[in-house]
Ligand binder design. Sequence first.
Ligand SMILES: [Zn+2]
Length: 141
Amino acid sequence: MADPQTYPARVDLPGTLGAALLRALRGQCPRCGEARLFRKWLKPVDRCPQCAQDWSAQQADDFPAYIGIFVVGHLLAPVVIAMIGSYGMSAWLTLAIILPVAVAMLLAMLQPVKGGVIAFLWWFGIGGFVQERRAEDINKP
Ligand SMILES: [Zn+2]
């Protein structure tokens, strides 16, 4: 397997953090954007088959779940308040409706969010990653 440091010119590195995040949110390798980042639902590939980036070094841990809970909570809190406050629904009925919706939203966003966290860690060289930039971006002010 090729060492990612040996072939920097062959890889189309993202120019910005936003570009790296966008690739990862789509489930693609944030470094090259040409191969899948995940081999299972939340399990990243050990090494990118296209650019040989070692993704086993990622340490996203529980952070994607925290982000998911934060986002889903903030999206559904006004809905819960409206259901109980404005429509006068009982707390049990509200819970029966909101709980499956919240679980479905969280499960749907977990993989893209984990990809985003991995892209963030890689972009800033956090943990086991080495920070990389395109040659044309290195000398920018
Ligand atoms: Zn790659």
